[in-house]
Design a protein around this ligand. Structure first.
Ligand code: UTP
Length: 481
């Protein structure tokens, strides 16, 4: 095939931009040098211009995806309790893991704007003693699973155009965290242009379109496009254990959860928590005409958020912690079907076409379109929601300070570590505020639940008040602070 020159490509794109009512994207063309023209053309050719006017009408100027069914049709979901899962579920999960039918999938393509971290969120220091990032903490869990189940569990990490290179480079620089090369796979999610409030696409620079990742729901399409679904099929993977990068307490491969999912024959299963308060920033699991539906917290009507049962309990209380087990075949179907777009108003820096000036907005000036992974839920013919324990499994890092921050997450990690140690018979000092009076972290290779810790802590272990202790696979380390 003969490559087209930039003039020929320009001639081809002009009428398409006109038809899409986006001709302003070429406003700086005459001022651009050849390399910049090439980059701009590549950006423009990436956009599905033919379907754009319809998309803009429906989802940028209108708000199609957020149209909820009437609230009277949304019933609460009563989850099964993971703590009540019998040994059969645990055994079934372990069996799936032992026969290599499970893969871990981490969605890590987000931009971490609230955290204000200019790098992949998975390397942000969250370990209370080691300062390890969540990628490292998850890798420890995968090592432990490999040892327990006698085979390496494949790990698929979704990145985005903005953090792919940095993520892969970091893994390489850290020897893939000791995992085997063919155990870790990276795949890049798609991206969407950012729109001005009038529906016109914004330019990030004179010769570059402003793009943003297409949301964690982009996972399905990206898994397919990148060949990862085929890779999974070749490896015999049936269940995808999916979780977000920003919850250091997550159980990446929970045998009970996987077992409950497998025994139910579910296509999609989600983990829930009882909400901390009416407006907690979690999706809400609901039942709609027999199917599962997750209502995003920003879209939850006040009447549902505050609704109470006759006995005073919160009616819609099953909050989603974005941990799912998904069947591979179901992921294939979702990749083909596509998910709806959600509109988010955000601040997006751009170059003004009229003045040529760079604009750093202080108020939301743009619309980003995102897909949400949980919008796949209504398509699942068989589904399950399983309630777990907040203190054991959920401490997200969304912000630098305040709620759901690095501090709250580290504190929750220390509390869990100390609780497990106490259950294993180790004395742990407590401060006047009832919080642990020491900082403790241990590797998932030492234990992945309280039970596992009994027998693996050295006899006579004492945690001194004010100390900082790391329990690794090679023993106990007191760390200077
Ligand atoms: P969040 O909704 O918390 O977004 O993502 P974020 O981008 O990390 O942070 P903010 O909103 O900019 O502050 C929840 C999870 O979904 C992933 C994130 O990496 C995180 O694990 N995600 C989000 C993606 O993988 N892709 C996206 O496009 C968005």
């Amino acid at each position: 095939m003969v490559a087209l020159s930039s003039v020929e490509r320009w001639e081809a794109i002009v009428p398409r931009l006109e038809a899409a009512r986006q001709s302003h994207l070429l406003c700086f063309w005459p001022t651009l040098g050849e390399p910049s023209r090439q980059l701009l053309l590549a950006d423009l050719e990436e956009i599905a211009l033919e379907s754009l006017p319809n998309l803009v009408e429906r989802c940028v100027l209108g708000d199609e995806a957020s149209s909820l069914p009437p609230t009277s049709e949304l019933e609460p979901v009563v989850p099964e309790r993971i703590a009540d899962a019998g040994p059969a579920a645990h055994e079934a999960g372990e069996q799936e893991l032992s026969r290599g039918a499970v893969a871990a999938v981490t969605v890590a393509g987000g931009q971490a704007t609230r955290l204000g971290f200019d790098g992949p969120k998975g390397i942000f220091p969250v370990g209370p003693v080691t300062g390890r990032g969540s990628f490292h903490l998850f890798a420890e869990q995968l090592h432990a699973a490999g040892k327990r189940y006698g085979r390496a569990v494949p790990w698929y990490v979704m990145t985005s155009a903005s953090n792919h290179c940095a993520t892969v480079a970091w893994f390489e620089a850290h020897g893939l965290l000791g995992l085997a090369r063919d155990q870790v796979r990276f795949f890049v999610q798609g991206r969407m242009p950012c729109f001005g409030l009038d529906g016109r696409i914004l330019l990030a620079e004179r010769g570059r379109v402003a793009f943003a990742p297409d949301g964690h729901g982009g996972m399905f399409g990206a898994l397919k496009r990148s060949g990862m679904l085929r890779d999974m099929s070749e490896r015999g993977v049936r269940h995808l254990s999916c979780f977000q990068v920003d919850n250091p307490l997550v159980r990446c491969l929970d045998p009970r959860f996987i077992g409950m999912h497998a025994l139910a024959g579910a296509e999609l299963s989600g983990k829930s928590l009882a909400k901390a308060h009416d407006r907690e920033g979690l999706g809400t699991f609901c039942r709609h005409r027999g199917r599962l539906r997750v209502v995003e917290y920003s879209e939850l009507p006040e009447s549902m958020a505050t609704a109470r049962e006759a006995d005073g309990r919160r009616r819609y209380d099953a909050g989603s912690i974005s941990v799912y087990v998904i069947e591979r075949g179901f992921a294939e179907r979702m990749a083909d079907a596509g998910l709806p777009w959600h509109r988010a108003r955000k601040r997006v820096a751009h170059v003004d076409c009229a003045t040529g000036r760079a604009v750093e907005p202080s108020e939301p000036n743009a619309v980003k379109l995102e897909r949400f992974l949980f919008d796949a839920a209504p398509q699942a013919r068989v589904w399950l929601v399983v309630e777990t324990d907040r203190d054991e499994e959920f401490a997200p890092v969304k912000n630098l300070t305040g709620a759901d921050s690095v501090q709250t997450s580290r504190a929750a990690q220390v509390r869990r570590a100390c609780r497990w140690l106490r259950e294993a018979g180790v004395e742990v000092p407590v401060g006047e505020d009832g919080e642990p009076a020491a900082v403790v972290e241990f590797s998932a290779r030492v234990a992945q639940e309280a039970r596992g810790l009994r027998g693996s802590v050295p006899g006579g272990l004492r945690i001194a008040p004010g100390s900082c202790v790391y329990l690794g696979p090679d023993g106990v380390h007191a760390v200077e602070r």
